[in-house]
Design a protein around this ligand. Structure first.
Ligand code: SIN
Length: 485
């Protein structure tokens, strides 16, 4: 048996509605992607459960929106403290159901908690303004108010941080939430919710609805005019669908969708720093991260050296179950993900790509893909156009800055982009010209609660984290007030 399974303490595996854990009529199995072994049976929400959750959130709205900033901040701070207190438990659950190495799972819990901490502060700083009137005797006030009930749809790749990044802002703004976590990783979501209960959030402020087949439940909630907003992290295809479904009720949307991040390596770059940065950003979470580097674009004069250095680093990666102390690359989330990555590689090789290196020893159980480096790829290949979401790195060369930019920007959307080089004037020029919501310059570890996380074009819209993130959960009300003398 998988070492974690025997020791794994499970959260309540049911539905959180109106401050109570409620059983469901049916359940689904959550499995460990490293072993295929079952971890837990989790209650599966129905449309009737979704209705109840919505009623509870709607009922909680008047009180929650009128709670004071201090009350909201203090609940968020209690939750934050509990997340850190239970860091090891949460990390073990996360690795068990998601597969990432324990060190990464612990880092994700810290990252997740940092959003709650950040938004506790933002709750206290929430402010409107007064405007000088153009007509004597009038008072003009601009007041931010919560948008209302928010449906939060979260992915499996960051089962903790993607929930707290959304909930921190929504709760600080005064919005009750209904969370529908990925069916692959509901345990982390339920554990976060259990700790939120312990922190003392009032009944109805947080609902969690795990579902075996999420689409009908999500679609039902999106159709309701009582849901004011949907916040989603996931694929561009699903983002498009949610936008269509939201059109009827003109819902507000925040969409954090797929990226296809390039890194530009100029001839004057510190190559060792570039290799370290590329490896960290590409192979984080086995390549299953929206801001993962998909495409290395390198000045042709240094391409050979960079290729050799990257190949050595790729071959040194240690693949295995996330609970083993030395694992750097865990499994992918499911067989579909494995098949997709393998197909991208097969198609690229058939179209003329060169396999620079690839590991050959892959565990024979679990959803593993060998880390690989492909060279001689071009933008006509699907592997350069789609998010790879697996441990495969591609390399292409450029002759000058203009070509580098052309290659980097040859996608419909951009979430993150990175560049390495010593000429700061060129770095600034290139960073400004890159089609991306976020650019790392001589650095790839850019994720932080204080940055506005989000993309442009088909990578989505809205920003999460930072002082800007709360605006997605607020609407401005203007009061034009004729005051009697
Ligand atoms: C994501 O993959 O969507 C999130 C990654 C991050 O926050 O760094």
């Amino acid at each position: 048996m998988h070492p974690v399974q025997s020791a794994l303490r499970l959260p309540p595996c049911s539905l959180l509605i109106a401050g109570r854990w409620q059983s469901a009529d049916s359940s689904f199995t959550v499995t460990d992607p490293a072993t295929g072994q079952p971890l837990a049976q989790v209650g599966s929400a129905t449309i009737a459960d979704a209705e109840q959750a919505l009623d509870a959130a709607v009922a909680a709205l008047p009180l929650w929106r009128r709670s004071t900033a201090t009350e909201r901040a203090s609940l968020l701070m209690k939750w934050h403290a509990l997340l850190l207190e239970q860091r090891e438990w949460l990390a073990q659950l996360l690795t068990a159901e998601q597969g990432k190495p324990l060190a990464e799972a612990r880092a994700e819990i810290d990252y997740a908690a940092s959003y709650i901490n950040w938004y506790a502060g933002e709750a206290l700083r929430l402010a409107g303004d007064w405007q000088h009137p153009s007509v004597a005797g009038r008072t003009l006030l601009n007041i931010p108010e919560p948008v209302g009930v928010v449906l939060v749809l979260t992915p499996w790749n960051f089962p903790a941080a993607m929930i707290t990044r959304k909930l921190g802002a929504a709760l600080a703004a005064g919005c009750p939430v209904i969370v529908k976590p990925s069916e692959y990783t509901p345990l982390t979501a339920l554990a976060l919710a259990e700790l939120a209960q312990q922190a003392g959030f009032p009944a109805g402020v947080i609902q969690v609805l795990p579902c075996a087949t999420p689409d009908p439940v999500a679609a039902h909630l999106i159709a309701s005019p009582q849901v004011a907003k949907v916040s989603f992290t996931g694929s561009t295809a699903v983002g498009r669908l949610l936008m269509q479904q939201s059109a009827a009720t003109l819902k507000r949307l925040s969409l954090e969708l797929g990226g296809n991040a390039p890194v530009l390596v100029f001839a004057d770059a510190d190559l060792d720093a570039a290799v370290a940065g590329i490896m960290a950003a590409k192979f984080r979470n086995a390549g299953q991260t929206c801001v993962c580097i998909n495409r290395v674009l390198v000045d042709s004069r240094i391409a050979k050296v960079l290729e050799q250095k990257l190949a050595a680093a790729v071959m040194a990666l240690r693949l295995g179950v996330g609970t083993a102390a030395d694992t750097q690359i865990g499994p992918l989330i499911n067989q579909r993900a494995v098949d997709k990555v393998k197909q991208l590689v097969t198609d690229a090789l058939a179209a003329g790509a060169r396999l620079v290196c690839g590991q050959t020893l892959v565990p024979d159980i679990g959803h593993f893909v060998a880390p690989q480096l492909l060279s001689d790829v071009h933008m006509g290949m699907t592997i350069c156009q789609q998010e790879i979401f697996g441990p495969v790195l591609t390399l292409q060369t450029f002759a000058d800055e203009q070509t580098a930019l052309q290659l980097a920007n040859q996608t419909d959307g951009g979430l993150a982009a990175y560049l390495f080089g010593a000429d700061e004037k060129r770095n600034y020029r290139v960073a400004n010209a890159l089609k991306a919501g976020m650019v790392g310059i001589n650095v790839t570890a850019i994720s932080d609660a204080r940055i506005p996380f989000g993309g442009v074009g088909t990578a989505g819209f809205g920003r999460e984290g930072s002082r800007y993130g709360i605006n997605d959960y607020l609407q401005l009300k203007h009061l034009c007030w004729e005051l009697a003398d």
